[in-house]
Design a protein around this ligand. Structure first.
Ligand SMILES: NC(=O)c1ccc[n+]([C@@H]2O[C@H](COP(=O)([O-])OP(=O)(O)OC[C@H]3O[C@@H](n4cnc5c(N)ncnc54)[C@H](OP(=O)(O)O)[C@@H]3O)[C@@H](O)[C@H]2O)c1
Length: 269
């Protein structure tokens, strides 16, 4: 049997190895030690199961800069169909009681929701307007730093055949999107409103992108590029308080849009 002196000596020696054990401050008695890595800012993505939203969460997660919370009406289905590697949280934007929990502690909200019916409880009135309003209210209560809304080209326009057609077949979708935009602008929550042109699938990063204001233009953009623009605005102070359209422009260099935010005019409220 070992003597108690030897056991004590071994314990003392063990307590001294490693060099990473917390040290106690002489005066305050506080422990200091190896610092935990700084927490990453939380980005909540509403509409994360959508064709644009799922690219947003994929790009955010690949970038590694943010902690991503992906909202879905059916998280189990989202996990199976889109991926188990995301943090899926249940939320329905037409039900404000489902939003407070997922937004708690969030720094950013990206809203890529869109009505799934042309009328009724999940039509544009209750999703593109009411849903945005519910999310904005929850974001304000949660104290988020920035709310990025994916709206649509045409939401700010007054007339035009394309706008008339989209409103007619889409249950006044652009009218309700415009109301959602106005609610966000007046909310006091720092915001960016991105109005993509006609969305199409396909790879991003293949062509130049033009940022425009005033909603008089027209064009298309891939969902992948729309997602890149939306994510870029999280880190662009020059985009805050701005509403802008974005479409492809083959005459522009592929990444020139990154310098385009500083030219945007602040919204008149
Ligand atoms: N199509 C175009 O050419 C075009 C052009 C410019 C802008 N936009 C706009 O861009 C945005 C993204 O478009 P997209 O084509 O990527 O959208 P999408 O594929 O139709 O996805 C819509 C998303 O909204 C979610 N959603 C619908 N109702 C909801 C509710 N009550 N609560 C929570 N989530 C709800 C859906 O979730 P579930 O999985 O639960 O249904 C889905 O994730 C939309 O606002 C769209 O209007 C579209």
């Amino acid at each position: 049997m070992r003597s108690p002196v030897v056991v004590l000596a071994v314990l003392v020696a063990l307590s001294c190895v490693g060099g990473t054990a917390p040290a106690q401050h002489e005066l305050t008695g506080e422990l200091s030690g190896p610092k935990a890595p700084p927490a990453r800012a939380i980005v909540v993505v509403a509409g994360a199961t959508g064709r644009t939203g799922r690219l947003v969460i994929a790009q955010l997660q690949a970038g590694g800069r943010y902690e991503v919370r992906a909202l879905a009406r059916d998280p189990g289905k989202a996990r199976r169909e889109i991926g188990a590697g995301y943090t899926w949280l249940a939320a329905d934007v037409t039900r404000p009681d489902t939003l407070a929990g997922p937004l708690r502690g969030a720094a950013y909200v990206i809203c890529a929701i869109g009505a799934t019916a042309r009328s009724g409880p999940n039509g544009p009135e209750f999703v593109d307007y009411g849903g945005v309003r519910n999310l904005v209210d929850s974001a304000r209560r949660a104290g988020v730093r920035r709310f990025v809304l994916v709206s649509s080209i045409g939401a700010g326009g007054e007339g035009g055949l394309t706008r008339w057609i989209l409103n007619t077949i889409g249950g006044d979708v652009l009218v309700w999107k415009a109301r959602g935009e106005r609610y966000l602008r007046a909310s006091g929550v720092p915001y960016v409103i991105v109005r993509p042109g006609g969305l199409r699938d396909g790879p991003g990063g293949r062509t130049g992108l033009r940022l425009m204001q005033g909603d008089t233009g027209f064009g298309r953009i891939t969902r992948a590029d729309a997602a890149r623009i939306v994510i870029a605005t999280l880190n662009q102070p020059a985009a805050v308080g701005r509403t802008f359209e974005v479409v492809e422009d083959e005459a522009l260099p592929v990444d020139a849009w990154r310098q385009g935010f500083t030219a945007l005019q602040a919204d008149a409220l």
